[in-house]
Design a protein around this ligand. Structure first.
Ligand code: PGA
Length: 250
């Protein structure tokens, strides 16, 4: 059985004060402990978040990292720094990073390897854009992203990673994918994992859906056989909404 996992990707929102407010509120609320919960605040709020989340069951993640441990990379943050703060997870290759900051499957691969070497669990994001979708290229695009992003890794190394399927046209648009369509892509990802690695990895890895997840559609995704969680942007920024998402099954 794969444990459901809901991750809040705050993107470039919530400074230290707002982070304190939001997490203090979430901490007070009652959520379903069967679900694993992760929040990914911006870099400058990570230390504050880490202090607040200590001895809670909410894990901390970063939204990005560089693949090198240290050095002359102005403006970058290394996996060692994230570990030191207490991060357990790191989002890698979010489509906004691919779109606006030139990230490619190659940099994703470097980052995934580095995260794993530093005992951080990567949340690897894949997904097609609207043009690729229209011309029927979803399966090809997503398969390539998975294969290239995980190139050179062993089944043992990747068995605990998370893959987030996030169709780009669904992110922040309010136009979410149909549950069954997202499930079909999650199934495709499992087939690629099976081909590239083995059955065990394909069965064990948790696959999330992301893209305009909200209180009205969360259950539609969580009910799908191949989908184990959600990567949530906008709806993770309010304590009540986020906790209701976590409690989708209550
Ligand atoms: P959204 O973002 O829920 O606001 O669509 C999801 C994401 O980008 O991870």
């Amino acid at each position: 059985m794969r444990r459901p996992i809901i991750i809040g990707n705050w993107k470039m929102n919530k400074g230290i004060n707002e982070t304190r407010e939001l997490l203090t509120e979430i901490k007070k609320m009652d959520w379903d402990r069967r679900v694993e919960v992760v929040v990914c605040p911006p870099y400058t709020s990570l230390v504050e978040a880490s202090d607040i989340l200590i001895s809670t069951e909410i894990a901390l993640g970063s939204q990005n990292m560089h693949w090198k441990d240290k050095g002359a990379y102005t403006g970058e943050i290394s996996p060692l720094m994230l570990k030191e703060i207490g991060c357990k997870y790191v989002i890698i290759g979010h489509s906004e990073r691919r779109q606006y900051f030139g990230e490619t499957d190659e940099t994703v691969n470097l980052k995934v390897k580095s995260a794993l070497n530093n005992e951080l669990i990567p949340i690897v994001c894949v997904g097609e854009d609207v043009e690729q979708r229209k011309r029927g290229g979803t399966d090809f695009v997503v398969s390539e992203q998975v294969r290239n992003g995980l190139k050179g890794l062993t089944p043992e190394q990747i068995k605990n990673i998370i893959i987030a399927y996030e169709p780009i046209w669904a992110i922040g648009t309010g136009i979410s994918s149909k549950g069954e369509d997202a499930n079909a892509v999650a199934k495709l990802i499992r087939d690629v994992l099976k081909d590239t690695f083995n059955d065990e990895v394909s069965e064990q890895i948790r696959i999330q859906y992301g893209g305009s997840v909200n209180l009205g559609n969360i259950k539609e995704y969580m009910d799908q056989a191949e989908i184990d969680g959600a990567l949530v942007g906008g709806a993770s920024l309010k304590a009540e909404d986020f906790v209701k998402l976590i409690n989708y099954d209550k």
